[in-house]
Ligand binder design. Structure first.
Ligand code: FE2
Ligand code: FE2
Length: 191
């Protein structure tokens, strides 16, 4: 996969492929945040927060409920949900920190390892086993809902505009999660 983080997933029509592609995009964004500084780091982190909010909510609405029906599914899903809860806690801790603070990088590195381990477990225990559980129409419909949800993430604040940054990082993760949840539930109800 390309290491760029813009626009390469727009043609993904299958929600499992889309979420898998987002795992790659999340990994790339972690790398970018770790290896950049100043404004660039700030912007990469904001992108990462939005993508994680969309991605984890989509999994909570689409993937985990279906995975419960797999043999041993309850244990698998409970483990994934516990990992997601922990990641959200670290994420909200980071959200209030200055990306230039050395403690930021330390927490970010912990989050990176937790999220990437979590993603590998999802692919192995859920994604690869779930493809046959969804109908082709569901795979497509959910992909469209997740892509639409990504498009509703707030537009990027102008560099140096403090209030925009605050606006963006203070409310959005929770707001994005609510919006994604609504969009996916609408898609499911229409199915
Ligand atoms: Fe997840
Ligand atoms: Fe995931």
């Amino acid at each position: 996969m390309s290491s760029t983080t813009k626009g390469q997933y727009s043609s993904t029509d299958d929600v499992i492929d889309l979420l898998k592609a987002q795992h790659g995009q999340i990994r790339d964004l972690f790398d970018l945040v770790m290896h950049s500084e100043g404004q660039e780091r700030k912007e990469a982190f904001e992108k990462l927060v939005r993508l994680l909010a969309v991605h984890e909510t989509a999994e909570e609405e689409i993937i985990h409920p279906m995975a419960r029906s797999l043999p041993g599914g309850d244990g698998i899903v409970d483990d994934r949900l516990a990992e997601e809860r922990e990641a959200k806690e670290v994420l909200s801790e980071l959200d209030g920190m200055d990306p230039g603070d050395p403690a930021f990088l330390k927490s970010l590195d912990k989050l990176r390892m937790d999220v990437l381990t979590h993603a590998r477990a999802e692919e192995r225990y859920e994604f690869d086993r779930l493809r046959d559980e969804f109908s082709p129409a569901q795979l497509k419909g959910f992909a469209a809902a997740v892509r639409a949800a990504e498009g509703t993430a707030p537009t990027h604040p102008r560099p140096g505009v403090e209030s925009a940054k605050k606006n963006m990082l203070a409310g959005p993760p929770a707001a994005i999660m609510d919006r994604v949840r609504d969009m996916i539930r609408d898609a499911r109800d229409k199915d």
